[in-house]
Design a protein around this ligand. Sequence first.
Ligand code: NDP
Length: 284
Amino acid sequence: MAQIIDGKKISTQIKDEVKEQVAALKQKGIDVTLAVIQIGKDPASTVYVGNKKKACEYVGIRSLAYELPEETTEEKLLELIRELNDRTDVNGILVQLPLPEHIDEQAVIHAISPLKDVDAFHPVNVGKIMIGDYDFLPCTPAGIMELIASTGVDISGKQCVVIGRSNIVGKPMAMLLLQKNGTVTICHSRTKNLKELAASADILVVAIGKPKFVTADMVKEGAIVIDVGINRMEDGKLCGDVDFDSVEPKAGYITPVPGGVGPMTIAMLMKNTLHAAKLQHNLA
Ligand code: NDP
C-alpha cells in the first residue's frame, strides 16, 4: 500500500507561510498584487482562474482580474501587458493559457517582464532554470519538488522518469530533478520502450493528459508516483494520468487526483508572486 502524498495539506502549509510574509510586507506598506488575465470563457480556464483568485484571497494577495472577450486582439493584450509591466503596484502578471488561436502565445509570453513572470514561462526565466540560477520556478514542477521532498526520499542518484515533455511541465520537471542529481529520462509520444523505462523509475512523474494511462505493470515496486494529469471524465469526475486503483498497492508513495499536484501549482504561484514583490522592492 502506498503512502498518499497529501497535496492539499502541503499546499495549505505553503500558503500559510506565504500569508504570514504577505502580512509582514503589508506592514511595510507593500500590498502584494497579482494581475490575472483571461481571454474568452474556456470552462477549464475559468475554474483555474477562480481557484487562483481564491488562493490570493486566502493569503492576502490583492488580485486584479482582467476578463477579456474571446475576440480581444493580440495588440490589445500586448498593450495591457505593457501597461501592467510599467505599474509599480503590480508585482506579478499571469496570462491564463491556452489563448485563442488568433493570439500568438509566444509573443504574449515574451511581452511579460521577466521580473513579473510568476509562471516562469519567459525565455529569460527558462534559461535561468537551465543554468540553475533562477528567480522563479514554473509552478507545477516546483510544487512537485515539494511533494517529493515531503516523502523524505533523497533524489540524488535515483532513476527519475518524466513522461511528457511540455514546456510548462515535462521539460522543467526533468531539469529540476537533474539539479537534485537524479538520473533523468524524458519520455514522450515517440518513445519506443515506454513501459520498461517507466517501470525502471524510482521516481515517476506523469504529465501527458491521458486518463489512467500508467498502469501497475509500468510501475516499480515502492516507486514515488506523481500524477500531474487532470482529465475530466464523462461523469464529470476528475481523473489523473495514472490508474490510481491498480498502481496504489504497488507504489511506495502516490499523489491523488484531485488533491495532489493541482493545489500545489496554485500554492507555488502564491509563493512566486510574493517573491516577485520582494525582488521588486529589493527585499529578496
Ligand atoms: P501537453 O499536451 O502540452 O503535453 C503532453 C505531453 O505528453 C507531450 O510531451 C506528449 O508527447 C506526451 N504524450 C502524449 N501522449 C503520450 C503517450 N501516449 N505516450 C507518451 N507520451 C505521451 O500537456 P501538459 O504538459 O500541459 O499537461 C499534461 C497533463 O497535466 C494534462 O492532463 C494537464 O491538464 C495536466 N496539468 C496539470 C497541472 C496541475 O496543476 N495539476 C498543470 C499543468 C498541466 P509529444 O511531445 O511527443 O507530443
